[in-house]
Structures are given as structure tokens and as C-alpha cells.
Design a protein around this ligand. Structure first.
Ligand SMILES: [Zn+2]
Length: 86
């Protein structure tokens, strides 16, 4: 019996296989090599974290959003002025 999961220590995908003694051993996926922590996952994890930070920053740095709010408020105020003075 075996199943694939992400390593809790390095996050890499590993294939857990049950040995004849009931002991679970971690292998690299699609290989017969025993898993060793941190081969390439740290390099992959770094750019992902950086890209997430960029994605999070871009909405807050969006200059169009406050302008859009101002336009909506102006339209509402003008509409109320017409409503009260007509
Ligand atoms: Zn690992």
C-alpha cells in the first residue's frame, strides 16, 4: 500500500509506501529513491511567496480605486441635489 502526500518538513511531494514490517518509508514520487528533505522545494517556495506578496500589494496600490469611489460619491451627491432642489 502507498499514497502520495506533501512532506511536512520540506513540502515536497513524497510517496509513502508501507514496508513488509508495517513501517512507512517516504520515497520521491515516481522513483525508488528514499526521500531526502529540501531538494528543490525551497527554491520553488521562495518565488511563490514573492509573487503572492506582489499580488497582495497590487490591489492596495491601485490608484483607480479611490478615484472610482469619488466619482460614485459625486454622482450620489449630485442626484440628491437634483432631488431636493427640483
Ligand atoms: Zn521532506
Amino acid at each position: 500500500m502507498s499514497y502520495i502526500k506533501n512532506c511536512k518538513i520540506c513540502g515536497q511531494r513524497i510517496s509513502l509506501r508501507e514496508m513488509s514490517h508495517g513501517q512507512w518509508v517516504a520515497f520521491d514520487v515516481n522513483t525508488d529513491k528514499p526521500h531526502k528533505h529540501g531538494k528543490s522545494s525551497r527554491k520553488k517556495a521562495g518565488p511563490k511567496i514573492q509573487s503572492n506578496q506582489i499580488d497582495r500589494e497590487s490591489p492596495t496600490n491601485n490608484d483607480g480605486f479611490p478615484t472610482g469611489q469619488t466619482v460614485v460619491i459625486a454622482v450620489v451627491v449630485i442626484g440628491l441635489l437634483f432631488f431636493f432642489f427640483s
